[in-house]
Design a binder for this molecule. Structure first.
Ligand SMILES: [Zn+2]
Length: 174
C-alpha cells in the first residue's frame, strides 16, 4: 500500500479497505487483558462495507461490561486511520461467549497466569456453583481452590494453587 491515508478510502476497493481496516484492528487490545487483541477475544466479529464506508461489528463480552466504551472508542479510532468514515456497530445478538476466544488467545492467557475458560459455554456447572477443577496456569496442578467468584474484573474469578501456592485468576466460561 503506497497510497496516502487521506486518499486510501477513495482509491481502494471495498474488499481491500475491509482488509486494511481488519489489519489495523489487530492492534486494538482488550483493556482488561492487554496482551490480547479484541480480535483474539472474539469481540470484533466482522468488518463489513455499507454505503461507501466500513462498519466494524463488535459484541461486548457481556452487557454492562465497563470496558465496552473503551473498546468502542479504540476500535473506531483505529478503523478511522484507514477509513475516516468508518463506524462501529454493536451487535448484542448472538451474545458473546467464551467459545469465541481463539486457541491462540487461550495460550496467551495461560502464559500470562490466567486460567482460560474451561469447556464450552453450554456447560454451566461452574456458574451454577458446582465444583469444577480449574488447573493452575503456573504449575498445572489440579489441586486449586476458588478464593472469590469475582477477581479484578467481573468476568474473572480468583483462585489459589495448593501446590505452588500462587494466586491466579480464571476467566469464567460464559
Ligand atoms: Zn500452581
Amino acid at each position: 500500500m503506497k497510497e496516502e491515508s487521506g486518499n486510501i478510502g477513495k482509491s481502494l476497493e471495498a474488499a481491500a479497505l475491509i482488509k486494511v481496516v481488519k489489519r489495523q484492528l489487530e492492534d486494538v487490545m482488550d483493556p482488561e487483558l492487554p496482551f490480547l487483541s479484541v480480535s483474539d477475544m472474539g469481540i470484533l466479529r466482522d468488518v463489513i462495507f455499507e454505503n461507501g464506508h466500513t462498519i466494524c461489528i463488535i459484541t461486548p463480552t457481556y452487557s454492562g461490561c465497563p470496558a465496552t466504551d473503551v473498546i468502542t472508542k479504540e476500535v473506531l479510532a483505529a478503523a478511522r486511520v484507514m477509513d475516516p468514515k468508518s463506524e462501529v456497530r454493536i451487535a448484542m445478538s448472538p451474545a458473546w461467549t467464551t467459545d469465541w476466544i481463539s486457541d491462540k488467545a487461550r495460550e496467551k492467557m495461560t502464559k500470562n497466569g490466567i486460567a482460560p475458560p474451561e469447556g464450552l459455554s453450554h456447560d454451566r456447572a461452574f456458574l451454577t456453583g458446582d465444583d469444577r477443577i480449574i488447573p493452575c496456569p503456573i504449575c498445572k496442578s489440579r489441586d486449586t481452590n476458588l478464593v472469590s467468584p469475582f477477581g479484578s474484573t467481573a468476568c474473572k474469578a480468583s483462585f489459589s494453587c495448593n501446590k505452588c501456592l500462587e494466586p491466579f485468576e480464571h476467566f469464567k466460561c460464559i
